[in-house]
Design a binder for this molecule. Structure first.
Ligand code: EMZ
Length: 385
């Protein structure tokens, strides 16, 4: 098996019964596996709620380490729409040419920097730095701030020995509090200041609401982007012909990005809390229990995707759900897509081949399933063109 391969651990359960089960801190989760069910439940926010107790829709549940509601992620319609309208234009800035030019410069510099190293540990030397630096653009704050975030490591709520690390989370909360104080004292052009100045139904957002958006911005796009970037490097290392093809046919880049994101599914699943007794794929789901929508499984559903376990670089129909589906689709998707797009173009332009020297897989344990989501570490050597 190739190192860059991400196999599908859900296939049998998806075909046989459509769901799987896992326990999570005594708050069990029914994992929905079929594309159709995942989309149906994502769309039905009344029965499958995101606006439960803060932290409960995340698996593993963060209820014990987080009180602040992440916004708009943990708010359902109609309130959700109001928040979304405030943040949406800001999170679409990655479509602007100036933004793309800055992101391109960042990514080119990073590739140039590591291009002649004997060994690059992609997660920490490359993906974490790329994600942190790019985040300064999304927040519109000075580039130097990235250094602080790089020191936090790959996940803000999890650490190497702790799947739920309250002390680590506290560092993020204190940091955000301090940044909000600064923005109050001296408003600028950054996301904190913009949020503090925003109004919903004629009232300024509260400090807690601003904090909720900021926590989501820091946490939601971190390990996911890091996994997507790292998995891309591994994939191109083992598929140099794909890099060549993208160099020769740049017009397929958009499709290739969607396909890589489908295949990687950087966020395995996301939970919902059931608000009334109901049924999903002949399984009784009781009120106040949890289900999760398994994006990773839905993306490999052979009822929807031909050759689901292959990366088909120019796949034409690609209704993947890696960015979720319906109201709660990923707010950071525009930024993430730009990162992937520029990364792929830069690699095609500057890199001839990539050698994998050593690697350590990152396996998620989800009850009856074990899913490889990426790498804890992967050392490579880039060979410049
Ligand atoms: C939450 C989540 C959002 C959660 C789209 O995903 O990402 C997870 O990594 C965080 O732990 O708090 O932000």
């Amino acid at each position: 098996m190739k190192k860059s391969e991400l196999s599908d651990p859900f296939e049998q359960a998806r075909l046989e019964k459509g769901y799987g089960e896992m326990n999570d801190q005594d708050d069990p989760v029914t994992i929905l596996l079929r594309h159709k069910d995942v989309r149906k439940c994502a769309h039905n926010w009344k029965t499958f709620q995101s606006g439960a107790v803060p932290g409960r829709i995340v698996v593993p549940s963060e209820v014990n380490i987080r009180e602040t509601r992440q916004i708009p992620f943990e708010v359902d319609p109609p309130m959700h729409g109001g928040y979304r309208a405030i943040v949406e234009p800001w999170f679409k800035r990655p479509l602007q040419p100036e933004y793309q030019a800055k992101l391109t410069a960042q990514i080119q510099d990073l590739v140039d920097e590591v291009a002649d190293w004997d060994s690059v540990e992609v997660v920490s030397d490359f993906a974490l730095r790329l994600q942190s630096r790019a985040l300064t653009l999304l927040l519109n704050i000075p580039y130097e701030e990235a250094q602080t975030w790089i020191e936090w490591g790959t996940h803000v709520f999890r650490s190497e020995d702790d799947a739920l690390d309250g002390s680590k989370a506290a560092i993020l909360y204190d940091y955000i509090d301090a940044q909000i104080d600064k923005a109050i004292a001296q408003p600028g052009e950054d996301l904190y200041s913009v949020l503090l100045d925003s109004e919903l139904d004629g009232k300024k957002l509260t400090r807690e609401e601003v904090k909720g958006v900021m926590i989501l911005t820091f946490a939601g796009g971190r390990d996911t982007v890091i996994n997507a970037v790292t998995n891309s490097i591994a994939y191109f290392a083992e598929h140099p012909e794909s890099l060549t093809r993208l160099r020769n046919e740049p017009e397929i880049t958009g499709r290739a990005i969607e396909e890589l994101i489908r295949y990687f599914a950087p966020l395995t699943h996301m939970g919902r809390v059931v608000t009334e007794d109901t049924q999903v794929c002949e399984h009784a789901a009781k009120a106040d229990t949890r289900v999760s929508l398994c994006w990773a499984s839905a993306n490999r559903d052979a009822a929807v995707f031909e050759k689901p376990n292959e990366v088909v670089l120019d796949r034409k129909l690609n209704p993947h759900v890696s960015f979720g589906f319906s109201h709660h689709n990923c707010l950071g998707a525009t930024h993430a897509r730009q990162i992937m797009n520029i990364l792929v173009k830069t690699l095609a332009d500057k890199v001839q081949s990539i050698d994998i020297l050593a690697s350590q897989e990152n396996i998620e344990e989800l009850g009856e399933f074990n899913r490889k989501v990426g790498f804890d570490s992967i050392k490579v050597k880039f060979n410049a063109r």
